[in-house]
Design a protein around this ligand. Sequence first.
Ligand SMILES: [Zn+2]
Length: 140
Amino acid sequence: MRAVRPKDTDPELKIRRLLFARGFRYRLHVSSMPGSPDLVLPKHRVVVFVHGCFWHGHGCHLFKVPATRTDFWLKKIQGNRERDRRHETKLLADGWRILTIWECALKGKHKMPLREMVDKIENWIVTQDRTVPQLIIRHV
Ligand SMILES: [Zn+2]
């Protein structure tokens, strides 16, 4: 499913560098885990997914239903969404916390300022309150 998740896209790289600069250490593209998370922070038991809004069917301004082969695409995207949910359920059951960063937070006219995003992510990762198992970053 390489096409589903663009690797090493520019904003993703920037986030990674900012997290690294703040002392976070991670593994990249861990294919042995459900959904092959883009980043895994073992120390904090956190996985990170960067989701393309089209491929993962985000209901936002970046998602447009294709005019051709519409049924094919809708079915494919629905399948992707269901698979995402299965992976998330498995990871949560194994005690991982999940950070999902949607593409629309990273680019386009409604993107979130990078530092604000990384502040939010850092706060969530290091919080001692582990009762918040999921953080979703999307367009503002
Ligand atoms: Zn989106």
